[in-house]
Design a protein around this ligand. Sequence first.
Ligand SMILES: Nc1ncnc2c1ncn2[C@@H]1O[C@H](COP(=O)(O)OP(=O)(O)OP(=O)(O)O)[C@@H](O)[C@H]1O
Ligand SMILES: [Mg+2]
Length: 448
Amino acid sequence: MVKEKRGYVCTGCGAFLPKWVGKCPSCGQWNTVVPVSSKPGKHRGPRYVSLGAIPSSGEDERLRLPLEECNRVLGGGLVRGSMVLLGGEPGVGKSTVLLQIAMALASNGEKVLYVCAEENLPQVKLRAQRIGGASPNLYLLQETRVEEILTQVELLSPRVMVLDSIQTVVLEDLPSSPGTVVQLREATARIMEAAKSTNTTAILVGHVTKDGSIAGPKTLEHMVDTVLQMEGEKGQPYRIIRVLKNRFGPAMEMAILEMTEKGLKEVKDPSALFLQERLLDTPGSVVVASLHGSKPLLLEVQALVAPSTGGIPRRVMAGVDPARTSFILAVVEKHIGIQLQNLDLFINVPGGMKIAEPGGDLAILLALVSSFHERPVSCSLAVFGEVGLGGEVRGVKGAIYRAKEAERHGFPKLLLPSSDVERVTMNAGIEPIGASNVREALEIAERL
Ligand SMILES: Nc1ncnc2c1ncn2[C@@H]1O[C@H](COP(=O)(O)OP(=O)(O)OP(=O)(O)O)[C@@H](O)[C@H]1O
Ligand SMILES: [Mg+2]
């Protein structure tokens, strides 16, 4: 026999609610909530509603965070009632950034609940003291039982709740242990139900598992509205917050932050930071005007081509996409005529950044050829462009942003795809030099 699950529905906007309320939390109308069965075919009346009749849910009402870069990557801040998953390797700084955000929101008068399911309260207090600042609006709860957490959320009605972490909480009515797929999915579903029905913004911390996914299977990433990933190189103070999914803003954006004793700080000029230790006029070094989401960033691409010392030649790459780099190596052999089979190749993007877009192709190619010929590419040149397998240099998105970033950092010349020259000439004050194929690009780079 199918067990009938009961619930309530708002006849005004169609929102499904786990319990009866006088005022619908979704559309704000009074006395529109009626009981309904979730079993198909058992509804009392029509549940469909015309799009125009649905009142605005206030989705655009956003909570601004203390770090402006975080607001930018989120599309303006945290959306009320949304659910965010923050993933990252152990020790990268997830608890630090969330406590920092919680403290700042609480200081702005928002009621915030920080649920510690991993650490005890004195440990969190210590971190809070290190970051500095305190607010009576920030409430801490040390608890791992989901049922109890939800009871406390109901009692406090916070505007924002942080749960650190989703892997360590447990639903007592399920037999499986914390961190298992069933527990993760059910705990997230219950928290989401409670958060959506009370319009609380919920931020969940998730550890990145061995296979690189946040909190294990992708299920969680499908359930939540926004997925953020925090990354950082060991021993480096820089952290990247990457938007992997966003139902309320652009995805693939990223913010560059710096971990300090007082928590995370914004890096005002990341391009300058990544270029500061560049050796000028050195073979194998090329500056690329790359794009990360909507953010242009100048990075150095370094290549080292050396005779192989026997055995299989080495292909060691960091910060570039291996598949794209294989295409580029094939183009170097076929269209430039340099044989690379017996050479060791090393490619690196110093600073721990990754170029995962086609706009970096031309710079990688020039760096390789520059190292092969032991001839430097002029340090006054910035480069971008996609390289096609036919040896053609193709236009890429964001040409104007890239050009402006290079101009802002004092680069007088920009080597770019011919098809992007006109747009750049009209919009930026840098001298654009167009190339339509890799041979042309090489000639230009060698002549400057
Ligand atoms: N005094 C300090 N000065 C600068 N940075 C610090 C200081 N104390 C801690 N940190 C930074 O905070 C990081 C740990 O942060 P945090 O505990 O927030 O990480 P986490 O991602 O929550 O880790 P876990 O996965 O273990 O919960 C350290 O790796 C270090 O970079
Ligand atoms: Mg932590």
